[in-house]
Ligand binder design. Sequence first.
Ligand code: GUN
Ligand code: ZN
Length: 430
Amino acid sequence: MRAYRAAIFHLLEEPASGRTPAHAYHPDGLLLVEDDRIAACGDFEALKDQLGAAPVEAFPGRLITPGFIDLHIHFPQLEAIAAYGEQLLDWLDRYIYPAEAAFADPAHAAAAASAFLDALLRHGTTTALVFGSSHKASVEALFTEALGRNMRLIAGKVLMDRGAPDALLDGRDGGRRDTLDLIADWNGKGRLGYAVTPRFALTSSPAQLAMAGEILADHPDVWLQTHLAESPAEIAAVGGLFPDAGDYLAVYEAAGLVRRRSVFAHCVHLDNAGFARLAGADAAVAFCPASNLFLGSGLFPLRAALTEGVKVGIGTDVGAGTSVSVLANLGEAYKVGQLQHQPLDPLQAFYLATLGGARALDLDDRIGNLAPGKEADFLVLDLAATPVLAARTGAAASLEERLFALMILGDDRVVEQTYVAGVRRHSRGR
Ligand code: GUN
Ligand code: ZN
């Protein structure tokens, strides 16, 4: 047993749901960890008798939170982040497909996988739902590195059989074979999971989408990730390719892709009825604010999504997203809300970054907060990491004010320690 003493904050319910108490805050808290699990979490005074001989590591002035969950990120795109001047479809053609083509080289993929996971941990992300490239070896490299760090990571090889350079296309049979092999080899190994990953409706034939749906029907425990209703030009192109579908979401519904454990990135241009269809199928949405602003895709209607009861989490969507930091993306989410006169409450924001992401992944029995029995993925945050943060959080009266300062001003600099399944995997400055 190990023990950590600091202020502790985590979510118990979705604040917007009205269910209470939605969060727990222990100004002088104690977190007890036994092996890879949370044993107890609460006030130091209330728990100190359970310490026994366990050594206590004290982090005065620090805040312990659950690890962040990134619901949408592209591992081959980290090196293509900050590419100038284009919106989605031209950005893919000009920058992203060439960057992903480099992942045909397994040595390149292996080096990139290690750098990518180190970046996640440095930014406080302990779980992510990740797109590989269309090369099977890219996902093998990522899983190998994630297994070595014992991370709860879900990833998939991109399926794409049209509408992109030949070097990236897999073909329906190649895509099926690689996907089935990867599921057999990796799904459920350690803390890893597999996500069937058709890129989007523009790069998969109807036959490939149907194949993805057949695999899901045979493997109800695996995940599905794709993009949906991100940009106006994309939506118009989908309408041209699938004139009889009804709408974009219906393309995925017809293929059997919309179900529990399915996560749809963006959904910027869905209306209430679309969100209601996702909610009815128990599917989830990854809200990717930095990406939506960077590519000029639009403003995600979070209020409509929550009104319809669909599960939502935060995706950084690197490389269209401009930061690996989930915290920095919460700051962007706030600004997306402001442009719609709907400011994002900090408690709701931290819900999206932790327990909301866990629920979207159907993994809230294991991760998402610090409840006893959950896997011990947690962070030690430094609210005085920069002089400006120190001044702002020092003057802040309430927990909500400090959390808000963290999401507006914070990034990897505030992440002092990252623990994965009870083991410290990142320590700032080391
Ligand atoms: N739609 C299809 N592929 C992509 C991608 O790589 N990034 C984003 N943001 N949208 C996509
Ligand atoms: Zn994406």
